[in-house]
Ligand binder design. Structure first.
Ligand code: CMC
Length: 433
């Protein structure tokens, strides 16, 4: 029997010391146990690698019920926002807590539109990168460098500077992303156009060339807007937590967003959409799907089916449901009826959804499973997929960063550890080792 116990009166007893455990309740979702005084009262830490049971902050922005497959932004279901709203309206909602009234919407859209240009000197910064640099590497570098271009909006204690830096980031991130793409092609950068919507402008900056008139297809622009909405925020995921922890030290907002981009890059997070496409190409033909599904199920093989599974969703990812429909619309419009990768994707989805291993472990297709296919059809190369995710998620990062800065209980993020290294020992001179 151990000397510790958690009684039904919510008291924890450890080494003869006792501590009352208070629970805090949110508006929906599980309550949390408040362990803030655990170390000072009992001299112990908690151990939760990957933070599966740990709430790191209080937040009123996004709610996910992973069991039911629900995603709400400020209370509004994601499917309603994707169908009936626009990306900038969702951005306003995430930042301010409510849908904008007409004048608020106009003021916000105007402010974002008129901040889309970047400092001309920033162009020189791109020239330092190799032409074959991964665009996410460029994003990390350029966004981090913004603090040196806009030092007048880095004072985190000034609400006006926070507002300006937030709007600058949301406005400039598509310009920066499109420039990263154009740089890789060796094509001239396109300046933003203020008569276009956020999504249209991004398409224009990516695909327009000076030699030709670029016509934006409204269905493609609408699909792009949906992709941006579906990726705008997702609670305390790895990149958002990275932004919060970077910001908790008082770092400037541009540096914090650069940290978020770095975290997003990994294939277990935002890099999954790129990994899905690579995996589908590797599978190559429908008859090889079983081989890859078996590899994913093999405990001795590290291979995983990219685009399946989620830390929080143990049901169909609601974003994937919207994206699936949009995916078919876009492919239909572009006349891509027999795309071999799509054929593999659809078959893979069917097989995985009916396979005992995937059913038992509740591994459903996630948003990245479909987004990569749409983006490919739109003409984006695979290494731009995660960049698009970063463009959309910047809104969520900025909203969460602002919430953290104004949270009165906010402290520097500083987890503890279970130390398993050497105990104290004396230094040994080189000749005696
Ligand atoms: N293929 C095969 N097996 C899987 C997969 C998969 N895609 N995902 C999880 N599993 C298995 C895993 O092996 C483990 O099995 P066991 O219990 O026998 O050891 C079990 O399912 C639970 O997995 P886990 O790694 O403990 O789960 P996690 O919550 O730590 O990981 C995840 C979540 C998203 C990192 C993981 O599902 C994964 O690597 N998926 C593929 C990458 C991917 O699509 N990522 C995008 C996530 S959605 C976009 C975003 O929010 O960034």
């Amino acid at each position: 029997m151990s000397n510790d116990s958690l009684s039904d009166k919510n008291k924890i007893v450890f080494n003869g010391k006792e501590m009352e455990l208070n629970t805090l309740s949110g508006t929906v979702g599980p309550s949390v146990v408040d362990i803030r005084s655990l170390y000072s009262d009992l001299g112990i830490f908690t151990y939760d690698p990957g933070y599966g049971s740990t709430g790191s902050c209080e937040s009123g922005i996004t709610f996910i019920d992973g069991e039911k497959g629900v995603l709400l932004h400020r209370g509004y279901p994601i499917d309603q926002l994707a169908e009936r709203s626009s990306f900038l309206e969702v951005a306003y909602l995430l930042l301010n807590g409510d849908l904008p009234k007409k004048p608020e919407k106009e003021e916000f859209e105007n402010a974002i539109t008129y901040h889309t240009m970047v400092h001309e000197q920033l162009i020189n910064f791109y020239r330092g990168f190799r032409r074959d640099a991964h665009p996410m590497a460029i994003m990390v570098g350029v966004v981090g460098a913004l603090s040196s271009f806009y030092p007048d909006s880095t004072n985190i204690n000034d609400p006006y500077e926070r507002l300006v830096s937030s709007r600058r980031m949301i406005a400039k991130i598509p310009t920066i992303a499109a420039m990263a793409y154009k740089y890789s092609l060796g094509q001239p950068f396109n300046y933003p156009q203020n008569d276009l919507t956020y999504a249209e402008n991004f398409l224009h900056m990516c695909f327009s060339v000076p030699a030709e008139k670029y016509k934006i297809d409204p269905i493609i622009a609408s699909a792009m807007d949906k992709i941006l909405i579906l990726h705008a925020d997702h609670e305390q995921n790895a990149s958002t937590s990275t932004v919060r922890i970077a910001g908790s030290s008082g770092a400037n907002p541009f540096a914090c967003i650069a940290a978020g981009i770095a975290s997003l890059w990994g294939p277990a997070h935002g890099g999954a959409n790129e990994a899905v496409l690579k995996m589908l190409s590797e599978i190559g033909t429908v008859d090889r799907i079983d081989e890859f599904v078996n590899k994913a199920k093999d405990k001795n093989d590290p291979f995983r089916l990219f685009g399946f599974g989620h830390r929080v969703y143990k049901n169909y990812d609601p974003r994937a449901a919207v994206m699936r429909v949009s995916c078919h619309e876009v492919l239909g419009l572009l006349g891509i009826k027999n795309d071999p990768l799509l054929e593999i994707a659809m078959e893979l989805e069917k097989i995985a959804l009916n396979d005992d291993y995937f059913i038992e472990k509740k591994l459903y297709p996630n948003v990245d499973f479909y987004s990569g296919i749409i983006l490919k059809a739109m003409g984006f190369p695979t290494d731009m997929f995660t960049v698009l995710f970063a463009v959309a998620r910047t809104v969520g990062w900025v909203a969460q960063w602002n919430e953290m800065i104004t949270d009165p209980v906010q402290r520097i993020g500083r987890p503890r550890q279970l130390y398993t290294g050497n105990t104290i020992r004396d230094f040994v001179e080189l000749k005696n080792r």
